[in-house]
Write a protein that binds this ligand. Sequence first.
Ligand code: DP6
Length: 323
Amino acid sequence: MTAVTARAHTNIALVKYWGKADTDLIIPQTSSLSLTLDQFYTDTTVAFDADFTADTVILNDHRLSRDASQKVRHFLDLVRQMSGETRFATVTSTNHVPTAAGLASSASAFAALAGAASRAAGMELSRADLSRLARRGSGSATRSIFGGFVEWQAGHDDHTSVAVPFQEQVDWPIAMVALLLDPHEKKVSSRQGMQSSVTTSPYYPAWKQVVAADLAAIKPAILAHDFTTTGEILEANAMRMHALTLSANPPYSYFNGDTLTAMQTVRDLRAAGVACYYTLDAGPNLKVFCQTPDLPAVTTQLAAQFGADRLVVAHPGPGIQFL
Ligand code: DP6
């Protein structure tokens, strides 16, 4: 038995992925662009053994039930299919991310699993192939194979739907402040939520145009270190993604009361001359984008209002690593 351990960091989309064109292969409706973060990561060890009689998944020291481990076991089946491996596996995973609190733990989780499982099964995949494989576990995991700014090119099939580094070494002093407003598991998973947006929101066709325009505009802004343009695009893009939840049938929302209060805090900071913008995913927690010289002003205000223990300051992080 050889055990392989991989570490992958989560990523926050600045231009969001919200909707699939192919739910089985996880081909998205649109491309997306993210920043991999240094603070939130998953370490996953995979070992295949002829003595195992079933797959076992241990997450943060707890053994998952058959139901809870379904996505991971399905992913292992895929790896067995690709590699010819026939044995069962034990997967041991530690999430340094508040699970399912909208901090995209599935991104780091499936990126780390793709790395560890494929190597443990004897495959030496390129980073592009790892990105394709990670995609089959969770769309956002596609991007977590790479560090820094990453673009997931939507493509149209398994081969063409893959992430590419946009700028791996980020030489821009930026930060993402995560504000944890509710650590609980989200009620509507991103998987369900985006599917309901695709099939029931009358705004979905407009969203595809929004994403195309935002991607075209944010890329030069990032390269030029144009903070205002980058911030304006990422904040508007997040709000337009959330407009798809409000306009779905039945309508729903990931916001809670604190989310709205925190959004206002960011706008107030901006009005007071502190350059910062927020984004948020399928949960109530805000991530506030700023440049490092503005970090003290941002964290002081958020800590005063919500408590210092709710803040995590993250910076650009690396791609997948084997430990
Ligand atoms: C709001 O990658 O969790 O974070 O592909 O169904 O596993 P599945 O969804 P997931 O969705 C992420 C949605 C998002 C936006 C983003 O990360 O681009």
